[in-house]
Design a protein around this ligand. Structure first.
Ligand SMILES: Cc1cc2nc3c(=O)[nH]c(=O)nc-3n(C[C@H](O)[C@H](O)[C@H](O)COP(=O)(O)O)c2cc1C
Length: 360
């Protein structure tokens, strides 16, 4: 239905227009109990052996929604009926931001990919956390992804304070928090993926007065090199970080079928989807080795098929996330991933996901 009917229609619209259109319809639909029940019966039944308890949180399934899809927490109720095991809301920032000028999101169908330079557009931490607080009926854990407000005049201590504001707002509302240090679309072109700024940031967040004992994850870029990753993981571990998200989008344009002319017209932005699969796998495997497989890792980036999902778990992912895969495969994709991972466990005679993670 999605691939043959809805997707061809949506793909006639600019990417962000299609996203907004679907959100408007879905927001209305999630108010209707019968629609929620239908969605759940179609896609929402997750096989029991996919359940995991990680860092004290019960995840009914391993496949989560990646940050950026529901930045403003508008659809958690409906999304929680689609087979997701968890959602990551955001990135939220201390101040609201309109983001970059449109168009800022582009499809690359020949590559099963997207390029975006949204620029951290979101309604701001206050409004989004308020909305989450008023939302009843989301049935799965919700992580909140925080980033620095899209404003190049906010630097140094002010940048750390900016993250800190969102962190404090997110604490009472989140099941876990992801610190996004790797957005490639910041207005000053800088990220927190360097030792000094990351140390200062974590130092501040870990001193937060009313810090509840909720897990904190750090999200790395697809482009991070081995040496830098090792250095930054060392800093994260010194604070006792709870886990890592690998990966954010890539600023590179590697192995693309899309022509140079088209890429030139699109311009800058973060690449996601099939072309970043290998980079994502590499960063994830390195993180698994650096943490001796003992820290929860969320594998994200280029998961476009059940085989990709199983490969990512084998490479060390405890949980998965998808964004671009959803755009190309539709909402039934999550159920398809759940079913395939479950079949893989059965085929191999494994009891749970941690056995799949340690199998070869
Ligand atoms: C349009 C778009 C917006 C995104 N916004 C965010 C964001 O606000 N914060 C974040 O941490 N990641 C963001 N991401 C990155 C995704 O969470 C994910 O890390 C990346 O797309 C790789 O996964 P995928 O190949 O399954 O899409 C965004 C991705 C896309 C395509």
């Amino acid at each position: 239905m999605y691939r043959h009917f809805l997707k061809p229609l949506l793909f006639t619209l600019p990417a962000e227009t299609a996203h907004d259109f679907i959100f408007r319809i879905a927001e209305e639909a999630q108010r209707v109990d019968a629609f929620l029940a239908l969605t759940r019966s179609l896609w929402g039944n997750i096989p029991a052996h996919l359940h995991q308890r990680i860092s004290g949180i019960d995840f009914p399934g391993p496949v989560g929604l990646a940050a950026g899809f529901d930045k403003n927490a508008r659809l958690p109720v409906l999304l929680s009926r689609c087979g997701f095991g968890f959602l990551e809301i955001g990135s939220i920032t201390a101040r609201p931001s309109a983001g970059n000028a449109r168009p800022r999101s582009f499809r690359l169908p020949a590559d099963q990919a997207l390029i975006n330079r949204m620029g951290l557009n979101n309604e701001g931490a206050d409004a989004i956390i308020r909305r989450l607080g008023q939302t009843a009926g989301c049935e799965i854990p919700v992580g909140i992804n925080i980033a620095k407000t899209h404003d190049s005049s906010i630097t140094g201590d002010a940048a750390v304070d900016d993250y800190h504001y969102s962190f404090l707002k997110a604490l009472p509302a989140a099941d876990y928090i992801t610190v996004n240090i790797s957005c490639p679309n910041t207005s000053d072109g800088k990220t927190f993926e360097s030792a000094g700024p990351l140390y200062d940031l974590l130092n501040k967040l870990y001193q937060a007065e009313n810090r509840r004992n909720i897990p904190v994850m750090v999200k790395f870029s697809a482009d991070i090199d081995t040496g830098r990753l090792k250095e930054l993981v060392g800093i994260c571990e010194s604070f006792g970080i709870d886990g890592y998200v690998a990966v954010n989008t890539s600023a590179r344009r590697l192995n693309l079928n899309t022509g140079r002319d088209r890429l030139g017209i699109i311009g800058s932005g973060g690449l996601s989807g099939a072309p970043i699969r290998k980079q994502a796998l590499k960063v994830l495997s390195e993180l698994r080795d650096l943490t001796n497989g003992e820290k929860p890792l969320i594998g994200v980036g280029g998961i476009m098929s059940p085989a990709d999902a199983i490969e990512r778990i084998r490479a060390g992912a405890w949980l998965l996330q998808t964004y671009t895969g959803l755009v190309y495969n539709g909402p039934g994709f999550i159920n398809q991933l759940n079913k395939s991972i479950s079949s893989e466990l059965n085929k191999k005679g494994l009891n749970n996901l941690s056995e799949l993670r340690s199998s070869t």
